[in-house]
Design a protein around this ligand. Sequence first.
Ligand code: PEP
Length: 253
Amino acid sequence: NQKKRPIILGNWKMNKSLKEGVQYARSLKAAIAGKTWIMCGICPPYVFLKDICAILEGSTICVSAQNMHSEASGAFTGEIAAPMLKEVGCSHVLVGHSERRHIFGEDDFFINDKIKKAISFELVPILCIGETLEEREAGNTKDIVLRQLKNGLRGVGIELIKCIIIAYEPVWAIGTGRTASPEQANEVHSFIRTILSEDYGKDIAKKLSIIYGGSVKADNTEALIHQPEIDGLLVGGASLELESFLTIIEVVQ
Ligand code: PEP
């Protein structure tokens, strides 16, 4: 079971000034040059995307938006559409992050529409799924993950699934300092891959990247990334300081 090129994504959420973001991107570009063993990316706030994409052009670092709307244009005040992200140079977009689901009330159907729209504009959607603490304690982790996965991917056929990354992010581990144990995470990743195998076939499922997020830090990176079913990491808080993000990247090496 050969490991894929690991994906390490830093989600800045609603943090940093433009000046700080630009400086970070410049330093990251210099630090990552030649490190071809990973696929590294950052998810800056919308208003920094154009500047940061320009800085990272020609590098191997991907720029991902943190969200998008499901329509390509229209009367949706305050929203951002897939072609706008594409135009400024984004290659990826987070879809269904738990903060979008739980703070902003996004449901599986809206998320599914976003996934399909992202693909149609050649953006790689990173579909985020994961259970709350209540759901885990009630023994419903697999039911929730199954529902979010199936609904999120509804209508995504065999030819398009290859364009998607899945991120398993247990809500109880996001920003809480409480990480899923490597075994707990691996178990859910394995479950996700089984579902994908049933729907898309074993070969395709094997090739899909399933990344883990939830209080990833330099000191738990090694154990997580060595799990057979974990293909990468989505890092929130620990990606904000460039030094700590680079340490995670070094550990993944
Ligand atoms: C995230 O934002 O997706 C995340 C996992 O955050 P943190 O690493 O801070 O838990």
